[in-house]
Ligand binder design. Sequence first.
Ligand SMILES: NC(=O)c1ccc[n+]([C@@H]2O[C@H](COP(=O)([O-])OP(=O)(O)OC[C@H]3O[C@@H](n4cnc5c(N)ncnc54)[C@H](O)[C@@H]3O)[C@@H](O)[C@H]2O)c1
Ligand SMILES: N[C@@H](CCO)C(=O)O
Length: 363
Amino acid sequence: MGRYDLALIGFGGVNRALAELISQRGERLADELGFALRVVAITDLRAGSLVDTDGIDLAPLLAAEPGELSFADLPGGSAETRNENVIREVAADIVVEATFTNPGDGEPALSHVRWALEAGKHVCTTNKGPVAVAGRELKELAERHGVSFEFEGSVLSGTPVLRTARRMFGGLEITGVQGIMNGTSNYVLGRLEEGVELPEAIAQAQELGYAEADPTADIEGHDVQLKAVILANEVLGADLRREDVVCEGISQITPRDAQDALGKGLRWKLVGSATRQADGTVTARVAPVALPAHHPLAGISGPGNAVSFHTDLLGTVTVSGPGAGRTETAYALLSDIIAIHQRHHAHDDTTPVRRALKEAPRG
Ligand SMILES: NC(=O)c1ccc[n+]([C@@H]2O[C@H](COP(=O)([O-])OP(=O)(O)OC[C@H]3O[C@@H](n4cnc5c(N)ncnc54)[C@H](O)[C@@H]3O)[C@@H](O)[C@H]2O)c1
Ligand SMILES: N[C@@H](CCO)C(=O)O
């Protein structure tokens, strides 16, 4: 059975949840998927760095409180983050980038991804910054080095939106996408409908692990702005930048506004969209919209998200599911690793399904 050695860059909510999945269900996953996963390096701004090419014992790290974790005194550990050294030099197959999103220049995550691809390592990330700022360049860099750059979790966490569009919509013309793409703001809008004030609702979303390190990005729409860029570029083949997307958030909506709208059969939602215009160009925007109850996006509640694809042959197809959450987003990373395996080892007869297909009697 094959095995992938992982280097985790950033050890916050999402990468810890991935480590938990590996630690708790590694054997079951290996049986089902036909490959094992092992963590050989971890770096984090607060904890430092830890390298063990025989595989890090994850259980004691996961038992520690996140804020108290320090690698400094462990064998192979250091108080220094040493990102570049770890990413370039440690013998890992896949670099898993889950540090803060920086919407401006995508750094330092953009450099983390570049270093890994240049070193011939596959990358999966949940970080919107590098994808929105330099997605095209990074995909080309990955191609040149014969590796994969996967980022399903950058839009709608573990709910497969990008891969669905890429793999399932062949032969369709997609004319636009429209969605609720931020779990925090959707959760907050629901709390406002219940009469909870904005700061308290935001604090609850932070506690639940939905919000960005700086929740302003969630509330003012900047997070959705990045996701709209990624969708426009990935799904509609555009070349938009963040500045091209007009953006308005939900900070002006009060509990009273939300409750008044509800009384009229409307629900305030933060909607991101990208549309192909008659001249072929693509425009995108983010704005709060009071949707009527019958709209496909009106019933999406809590941290739930949904994206509607407008197509020529199928009409509107909507994919809905969780848009945020540590475990849900860790699943996006697992789905990226599976995609890497399928792309680079599609001819290995290692998975139970492939073995069964091969061994099944024909005719
Ligand atoms: N949590 C979610 O629901 C969710 C969903 C989709 C996407 N994302 C994205 O996934 C990424 C991780 O999210 P999270 O919830 O784990 O965030 P988090 O804030 O819990 O963790 C980020 C970690 O990265 C570390 N870090 C920051 N800068 C670093 C650096 N230069 N080098 C090494 N470590 C560094 C921090 O110390 C922190 O532990 C973010 O980019 C976020 O936007 C999160
Ligand atoms: N903070 C983001 C995480 C997912 O990108 C959200 O609430 O949707």
